[in-house]
Structures are given as C-alpha cells and as structure tokens.
Design a protein around this ligand. Structure first.
Ligand SMILES: Cc1cc2nc3c(=O)[nH]c(=O)nc-3n(C[C@H](O)[C@H](O)[C@H](O)COP(=O)(O)OP(=O)(O)OC[C@H]3O[C@@H](n4cnc5c(N)ncnc54)[C@H](O)[C@@H]3O)c2cc1C
Length: 553
C-alpha cells in the first residue's frame, strides 16, 4: 500500500496509517523534520504545495532575494560533513544558492523519495476512533498518518492589498512571494514596485538597473540599514570549517541564533564622539548585528533608541540628494526594532537616479488600478510591470487555509478565531498528534535555529511515546493557556517588536491583533522543554490510541 492510494482502496484496513509521520511543507523546517523523524526510525512522508523544495527560498525567487542571516548561521548544523562540504559564496547568500543548498541537503540525505510535490493540503481531519489524521491534498489524494506535522511557514501566504481594479491591470504583475521561475525582463519597461518592506527594498535596486522608469509606492518607511554583504574569502572559508564546533556551540546557545557578540556598554556610557564612532561601526556591521550587537540599551531605552535613529536619519539625508525624498524615506512614526528591520544594498542611492521616483501613499493613497496603470489621489501613472512587495499573512496564514479539524470536528480557524494559542509554538489543545514547528509563537531571530529546536523536541517526544508504548500526545489546555499568556505578556515589552508590526497581524484587514512570535525567545523555549523532560511530559496527556495494533505503517 502506498500513501498515494485513496482510503477507499485500503482493502480491509480502514484504520491503518499509510505513514507514521506526515510532514507538510518542504522548507528548511519541514526538510529537517523529515530527516529527523526518519533518523529516529519512523516512516515519514512530506507533502509540498510547490514543485520543488526550499519553502521561502523556492517561492521568493525575485531578483535580489537573499539572506539577512549570515549563510553559515542559517544553514543546518546537524551534520559536520554537510557544513564542511558546502561552500557558501557570500556572507548573505542569494536565493539561487540557498535553493541549491536545500536541494543538495535533500539529495545528500536521500529524502526526495519521501517527498511529494504539487501537493497542497486542503484538509486535515483527526479521526478519533483510529487516532489518525486524514490529510487530503488539492488533487484529492489522501494520506492517513499517526502524526501530522505542519511545517508550513510563517511567511508562506502572500498578501495582496485590496485595491479596486487590481485584476484589471493588463501588464505583467508579480508578487515577490510568488515569483515565476522564468526571468522577468525589466529592460526598458515602466515598472512599479508596491511596498518597501524587506522584499521591496531588496528588489528595487535591481529593477532600477534595467527599467526605463521605476516608481516605488511606499506606505510606511522602515529603518533600513546596509546589509554589508561580501564574498566569503578562501581564508574565511577555511576558518569557518576549522571553527565548526565553536560555531555550532555558539549558535546552539545564542538567544537569537546568531554569532553576533552583544555589546557590554549602554549608549550614554560613551561620550557623544564615542557614540558617533560606535554607531558608524554598527552602520558598517553585517546584517542583524545592528540589533544584536548595538548598545545594550538600544532596544530598552527610548533615548538610546532615538540617538541611533537620529544617526540613521542623518545617514539617509547624507545619501539621498533630494531633501523631500530623504524625509519621506525616514520613519517618523516608530522606533528602531519596532518593526522587522530590512537590510539593504545600494537602496537609498537608487533615489538619486533620475528615472526613479518615490510615491508616499500616506500623502497620496492608491485609489485603483486600471488596465494600464495605478491611480493615486494626485495622479495616474502608466506601467508595463507591477511588482507587489506587499508581504504575507504572517504566522497563521498557512495553517488557517488547510482545513484542519481536531477532536469533535473542532476547526483550527475557530479554535484560533481570536488569535493563536499554543504550547511552545508546537501544539494546541484539542488537536492530538498535530504539531506546527516554525508556526505561530515561533522565533524572533535567526529562524532555523529556533525552528530546529522545536523539531528536535517533537522528534524526541515521538520517540518518548514509542518508548513508553503510547502513540497519542496532546497538550493540556492549562499548559497552553500559561504559555500563551507568557507570549502575550512579552508581546509589547522591550525588546519586543511593536504593535504596528505585521507580527501582530496588523497588515491583514480583519485579522485579530494578537502577537504571533515568542519574544521571550529561545532561552524560554529551551528552559520549558527542559522542564517538560524533567517532569515526565506533565504538560501533555500521553495515551494509547484505540486501534494502535492495526497501524500498518
Ligand atoms: C524574502 C524572505 C527572506 C527571509 N530571510 C530570512 C533570513 O535571512 N533569516 C531568517 O531567519 N528568516 C528569513 N525569512 C523567514 C523565512 O520564512 C524562514 O527563515 C524560513 O524559510 C522558514 O522555513 P519554514 O520551512 O518554516 O517555512 P517556509 O520556508 O515558508 O516553508 C513552508 C512550506 O510549506 C508549504 N506549504 C504551506 N501551506 C501548505 C499546504 N497547505 N500544503 C502543502 N504545502 C504547504 C509552502 O509551499 C512552503 O514551501 C525570510 C522570509 C522571506 C519571505
């Protein structure tokens, strides 16, 4: 029997599982979950909506898409040999290299034969009598699994703003998160980019190189700082290899999952001159170190944060020649770190080019699209290509579109109508044997490190169940309530993101304003996991399902 046979053809075995572990999502988290479950001796299969592996790095193939995490800190750490043999070309790799890496991992560990692509899960229903999940994809194929693990990502459902006439536009139109595999040629074209979040600011300089004209529609400016990418030199490659164990140890114990070293001084411990020199050092530093290695109080003290913001604003004014444009590019409504900071390469410089224009949508909102272009309250502009860099339905987007139903037919979307409730960002009460690593209440930091901790714990829990002769695990409502209350408590206090960020669902009309990350971070996650181990999984109910013996997997 294969997992591709419909349930009706499972002759005489209506309660048999096709597979013990069913993973949904072929991104960095799902691939690791599949590997980890198989290493632990479970039969496992992975379903992926896309035509290939990569998740974020499969869908976001727009020009300029690249890591903001250092390549070697984002990559897997479970295999020293893998780390040794893969030579990242740049400190912040571009999408094609990342996609190649994830494909390499899949083939190196012989995982592809356990994967099925073009399989978008549309329904996942828990069958209480059998203790199994019946998972169906858009082609109608059903898989029955003991454990259902949705590694479906937090940024995997692209969002388009509801602008009248969006469908009427007759030119080319692409969302950065659904970028086609064929090359999009901007040469000599009139291009619009809508949105200046992390993706928008990555694609803008690349389009500017080719387009006849580029108009950037900005709703809110972000605190963008230079990524400071560079090729990895042969000496650095050798050093990375030599330092693997130290790197792994540092990453495994780092709160945010980076190698960056925290600074031991507060902003006003230094003189004005010293502070300016330090901020300059930060501006020149790589990626997220501007958050993680900045003055120790930058995320906690308003005055320290304002000093850093003033420094960045002056930098922008120094780069962008037109003072009006410079002011539009400087955030005036939020502190640094309130929103996810984007990292840029030659972004501000683009606005000095005569064919690039910035439109402030707060001053002149978008009113509609027509066949030929975009209308704002002050003008109509014609375009050949419109690029939507308008983000995602963060955190719960994918899980709420999968038709998930737990005990007594309870729909996940109803259970989470007021926002997600979880324990460890891994399980929710009423949905036995269902896990969602890398989902809501997940990492605020370098994602694979936190998500990897969640995967490790899930596999450990499944092994524990097997060892004690159980096959059903469900978090108790009390544990879930406590964890969710902790997440909510941390949601607005420093160093958390602010309520204006999309981490509260604010970019999606009608979405409950609930915090979708865990700002207590990795230390809290790991401490709680240690507690679970110590007290014998007291936060969960462990059981043996009624028909375990007929499991065919
Ligand atoms: C442009 C961009 C840049 C980023 N850069 C960084 C960075 O530098 N550092 C960092 O830490 N994070 C970054 N992120 C966040 C990034 O999403 C995570 O790092 C990482 O990709 C999460 O991996 P994942 O496997 O959990 O989810 P994903 O990579 O999102 O994979 C989820 C997969 O699940 C599949 N899926 C969803 N629903 C279904 C369904 N119903 N049926 C079947 N399959 C389904 C999707 O098709 C997708 O392939 C970035 C995100 C974006 C969009």
């Amino acid at each position: 029997m294969t997992a591709t046979e419909p349930a009706s053809e499972r002759n005489g075995h209506p309660t048999a599982a096709d597979v013990e572990v069913l993973v949904v999502g072929g991104g960095i988290t799902g691939i690791y979950q599949l590997y980890s479950a198989r290493e632990a001796g479970f039969t496992a299969q992975l379903l992926e909506a896309g035509h290939g592996v990569g998740g974020t790095w499969y869908w976001n193939r727009y020009p300029g898409a690249r890591f903001d995490s250092e390549s070697y800190t984002y990559a897997y750490l479970f295999s020293p040999e893998l780390f040794d043999e893969w030579e990242w070309q740049e400190h912040f790799a571009e999408q094609p290299e990342i996609e190649r890496y994830l494909n390499h991992v899949v083939d190196r560990f012989d995982l592809r034969r356990h994967m099925r692509f073009d399989a978008r899960v549309t329904s996942a229903v828990y069958d209480e009598s059998a203790g199994l999940w019946t998972v169906t994809d858009s082609t109608g194929i059903e898989v029955r699994a003991r454990y259902f693990i949705a590694a479906t990502g937090v940024l995997s459902v692209p969002y388009f703003p509801d602008v009248p006439g969006r469908e009427d536009f007759k030119g080319e139109s692409h969302h950065t998160g659904l970028w086609p595999s064929e090359t999009v040629d901007f040469t000599g074209k009139r291009v619009a980019v809508v949105g200046t979040g992390s993706s928008g600011v990555q694609i803008v300089p690349i389009i500017a190189e080719k387009a006849a004209s580029l108009t950037v529609f900005q709703r809110s400016p972000n605190w963008c700082t230079p990524l400071n990418n560079a090729p990895i030199t042969p000496d650095e490659q050798a050093q990375l290899r030599a330092d693997f164990e130290t790197i792994r140890e540092t990453l495994n114990t780092s709160p945010s999952g980076f190698l960056h070293v925290p600074h031991d001084r507060a902003a006003f411990d230094d003189s004005e001159e010293e502070r300016a020199a330090f901020f300059e050092k930060m501006w020149q530093s790589r990626g997220f170190s501007k958050l993680t290695s900045n003055y120790s109080d930058v995320m906690f003290d308003g005055a320290a944060n304002a000093a850093w913001c003033d420094f960045m604003a002056d930098k922008i004014r120094g780069i962008v020649k037109d003072p009006d444009t410079a002011e539009k590019l400087i955030p005036h409504d939020h502190r640094f770190g309130e929103k996810r900071p984007p990292f840029v390469t030659s972004y501000f410089e683009v606005y000095n080019q005569p064919h690039v224009q910035l439109v402030d949508l707060r001053a002149t909102p978008m009113t509609r699209l027509t066949e030929h272009g975009i209308e704002t309250t002050d003008a109509f502009r014609e375009f050949d290509v419109v690029v939507w860099a308008t983000g995602f339905d963060f955190g719960t987007g994918a899980l709420s579109r999968m038709g998930i139903r737990g005990r007594h037919g309870l729909a996940l979307v109803d259970h989470w109508a007021d926002g997600p409730t979880t324990f460890l960002g891994i399980q929710t009460a009423g949905f036995p044997n269902f896990f969602f690593p890398g989902g809501p209440h997940a990492a605020a930091g370098n994602n694979p490190r936190y998500n990897g901790d969640q995967v490790d714990f899930i596999t450990e829990a499944l092994v524990h169940l097997r060892d004690i002769g159980c096959d059903t695990i469900e978090v108790d409502a009390a544990a879930e309530e406590k964890w969710t209350a902790m997440v909510d408590r941390w949601a607005t206090k420093a160093p958390s993101f602010g309520e204006s960020s999309y981490y509260f669902g604010t970019n999606i009309p009608g979405k409950p304003r609930k915090y979708l990350l865990n700002s207590a971070g990795r230390p809290k996650l790991l401490a709680e996991i240690a507690k679970v181990r110590e007290n014998g999984y007291a936060a969960f109910t462990l059981a043996r399902s009624p028909v375990t013996s007929s499991t065919g997997a």
